[in-house]
Design a protein around this ligand. Structure first.
Ligand code: FES
Ligand SMILES: [Fe+2]
Length: 398
């Protein structure tokens, strides 16, 4: 949610949120209701996921003119369409006749018109109504009045963001500093060579909070600790719109893989620091970008219920890597698949633990400052504050 005037506060105890917003070191996690109450989840769907920018996929999924794809966005869905002019457009995924979805969520089409599957109303790729059987010449019916509802869409470093509210300021304004950080990796140039779709029985915020700390790494990630020192993490200063940090690779390790070797090629834009570190960033509300010396891993979270989240995970490599004879992305995919499953297992256990009546918000360790940044962002959003306005910094930690 970026530069959006949130008008209603979430149905959650403000006294608990005040504790989450205390200074780092004295704060607590979000109230338990944030993870288990369907009413809070419904509020989030409306205000975080449909109330501003959220990530609905990758540009590569809608690359060619005529490509169409429907994706969830909050309680509704959006239809993404690449026009003949190469421009990506987003429409509310609901027919102007009687509301049928133009495509089922997750489905794709490739054709030079948008055709409703119910009574075949036909729209151009730019959303204008072209044909409606039986309406031709009917008095008072003008096709110009019945075009699809277009929504703001942005392609940002190979990711697609849609603003279902139609009221947010441009996403690039809010993410300019992050853009500079990401630019050397050229994610828009990379090619997805690995993909896993997961579903975790955990709230989307538990997954995000887990992503933001390596305090758990020595306990549950032996493979990760072999290649990256779990205490090496540093976080970027608080920013509006995103939270993140970086970790070092151990000496002799080229990337995050089971033995630390890379079977790809280093990304061409990286300096010496980029070749020795991995950057982990979360663009609110639902995308996790992990920037490695030789590949970019993207997790897109799609909340399905208060205690259930779909996770689309992709691994993208330089085109030069894919041209190597016998190139196999498995070295990266396997490493993170193991690590992902360790994480989802922990997150699902947190979800079950928080379902206990006895669960209460706990304190944050010194290594959980990025969790603090995320939690305070969510808490401010719950209170109805426009947390992602350009130039609005999250509170400092420490
Ligand atoms: S609902 Fe789409 S054509 Fe009738
Ligand atoms: Fe983890």
């Amino acid at each position: 949610m970026i530069s959006q005037s949130v008008v209603s506060a979430a149905p959650i105890d403000p006294a608990g949120l005040a504790e989450s917003l205390n200074a780092f070191g004295a704060s607590k996690m979000l109230p338990r209701a944030a993870y288990i109450d369907p009413a809070v989840f419904a509020w989030e769907q409306q205000h975080f996921f449909a109330g501003g920018w959220s990530c609905v996929g990758l540009s590569a999924q809608v690359a060619e003119p005529g490509d169409q794809r429907a994706e969830r966005a909050g309680r509704g869905s959006v239809l993404l369409v690449r026009g003949d002019d190469g421009v990506l457009r987003a429409f509310a995924n609901t027919c102007r006749h009687r509301g049928h979805e133009l495509l089922t969520c997750g489905a794709v089409a490739q054709r030079n018109a948008i055709i409703c599957p119910y009574h075949s109303w036909t729209y151009s790729l730019s959303g204008a109504l072209r044909g409606a059987a039986g309406f031709k010449g009917r008095g008072g019916f003008d096709t110009a009045d019945w075009g699809l509802t277009e929504l703001p869409v942005a392609e940002w470093h190979g990711l697609i963001f849609v603003d279902s509210s139609g009221q947010s300021s441009p996403i690039a304004d809010s993410l300019s500093e992050l853009s500079e950080l990401i630019a050397p990796y050229e994610p828009e140039r990379l090619v997805v060579a690995g993909r896993h779709n997961y579903e975790a029985a955990a709230n989307w915020k538990i997954l995000t909070e887990n992503y933001h700390e390596c305090y758990h790494c020595p306990t549950i990630h032996p493979e990760l600790c072999k290649v990256s020192p779990p205490k090496s993490g540093e976080n970027y200063p608080p920013q509006a719109g995103w939270v993140g940090g970086w970790m070092d690779l151990r000496d002799g390790m080229e990337t995050m893989s089971l033995d630390g070797t890379s079977l790809g090629v280093p990304l061409r834009g990286l300096d010496a620091t980029g070749l020795r570190t991995v950057i982990y960033v979360n663009v609110f509300p639902n995308v996790l970008l992990s920037l490695h010396p030789d590949y970019v891993m993207t997790h897109r979270l799609v909340p399905l219920a208060v205690d259930r989240t779909a996770i689309e995970c992709t691994w993208a490599f330089a085109p030069e890597a894919l041209e190597k004879p016998g190139f196999d992305p498995g070295y990266a995919v396997e490493f993170w698949d193991i690590t992902n499953r360790q994480d989802w297992g922990a997150c699902e256990s947190v979800q079950r633990g928080l379902s206990s009546e006895h669960a209460q918000p706990g304190p944050l360790s010194p290594d959980e400052d990025a969790v603090y940044q995320f939690v305070t962002t969510v808490a401010r959003g719950y209170l109805g504050q426009p947390v992602w306005s350009p130039g609005t910094k999250a509170p400092a930690v420490g």
